[in-house]
Design a protein around this ligand. Structure first.
Ligand SMILES: Cc1ncc(C[n+]2csc(CCOP(=O)(O)OP(=O)(O)O)c2C)c(N)n1
Ligand code: SF4
Ligand SMILES: [Mg+2]
Length: 304
């Protein structure tokens, strides 16, 4: 998928008010603003406890212009199902139901209701913003925290287990559309949401959202760090449409090019301070192998 939108072609209407409660440099706040522009006014949001509930704030001073159902942590997929059922009963067919949850609310505690809703084929968009820990409650490790990362619950050696591959789990549900996105390239996300709105059934998005507070970097570098994750090949932009995988945007452009060393990404954030040289070399090897697989896939496609 190529990026079609430009910053000038986005709708001018803002559905998120300025002066909300997100930290300065919050990657989530970038994608939330752009994502709501793509989702549009005819959307009902379903949101579990997370930094997003804090960003949105409390009625009557909520920062979001769209109707939003704040639900319990484990129930996002089930609550979205209820909203879809209610809209069906009312005969309303032109409203998008979008669940927007953190990595804790998606990969860990919300995964059963998400999996159930996807298995039933509910017509909704589920967006996981992955800041790679339970940030809102003080940086506890989650299933998507990468290996070696220091959090308040992994304070000395860092997290011992590797990151859970949630988009792969969702792809295994045979969804019509699974995509990744990053706060560093918001237009790629905008175009993917526009596409997802035209596809029926469950659609899953996995977004990398740099978090200065939890990752340990100066807020001015959020976009730079997001780009470094892509340029080093650690976080890849792709979509899986009706089972067909393709790299998109900046990741597609990386094919056949020299990537940044993963060490540059790790050095940019204090949460990686427990990583040893051996661990970094091992991760570099894994990333190189993954990209060799992409190159092979691409070469095979060119032959077909
Ligand atoms: C059942 C339950 N357990 C714990 C909490 C406390 N809680 C609220 S938000 C949150 C962290 C959410 O993490 P994540 O989904 O990654 O979103 P983030 O805060 O990182 O944006 C926790 C543990 C809760 N509200 N409900
Ligand atoms: S803690 Fe991180 S994710 Fe939460 S609002 Fe602050 S920067 Fe954003
Ligand atoms: Mg989180």
């Amino acid at each position: 998928m190529s990026v079609n939108s430009t910053i000038l072609s986005l709708p001018e209407e803002e559905l998120v008010h300025p002066g909300n409660r997100a930290c300065a440099g919050c990657g989530l706040s970038i994608l939330y603003r752009i994502g709501l522009k793509a989702l549009g006014r005819n959307t009902i949001l379903v949101v579990p406890p997370s930094c997003l509930t804090v960003l949105q704030g409390l009625y009557p001073i909520a920062a979001t212009q769209l109707p939003c159902l704040n639900v319990t942590f484990a129930s996002t997929g089930a609550a979205a199902t209820g909203v879809i059922g209610a809209l069906k009963a009312l005969g309303k067919t032109d409203i998008t139901v979008a669940a927007w949850a953190g990595d804790g609310g998606t990969a860990d505690i919300g995964i059963q209701s998400l999996s159930g809703a996807c298995e039933r084929g509910e017509n909704f968009i589920f967006i996981c913003y992955d800041n790679e820990a339970y940030m809102n409650t003080g940086v506890q490790r989650s299933g998507t925290t990468p290996q070696g990362v220091i959090t308040t619950t992994t304070p000395i050696r860092g997290k011992l287990q590797p990151k859970k591959d949630v988009p792969a789990i969702m792809a295994a549900h045979n969804l019509n559309y699974v995509a990744t996105g990053t706060a560093a390239y918001p237009l790629d996300f905008y175009d993917k949401i526009m596409k997802a709105k035209t596809i029926t059934g469950p659609k899953y998005f996995h977004l990398q959202t740099p978090c200065p507070a939890g990752w340990g970097f100066d807020p001015r570098y959020s976009v730079k760090i997001g780009r470094l994750a892509v340029e080093s090949g650690l976080f890849d932009l792709y979509e899986i449409e009706h089972g067909e995988f393709r790299l998109t945007g900046a990741s597609l452009k990386l094919l056949g090019k020299k990537r940044q060393p993963v060490a540059a990404y790790f050095e940019s954030q204090s949460r990686f301070r427990a990583l040893t040289e051996e661990m970094i070399a091992d991760i570099q090897k894994q990333v190189d192998e993954k990209w060799a697989g992409y190159e092979q896939k691409m070469a095979k496609k060119m032959k077909e």
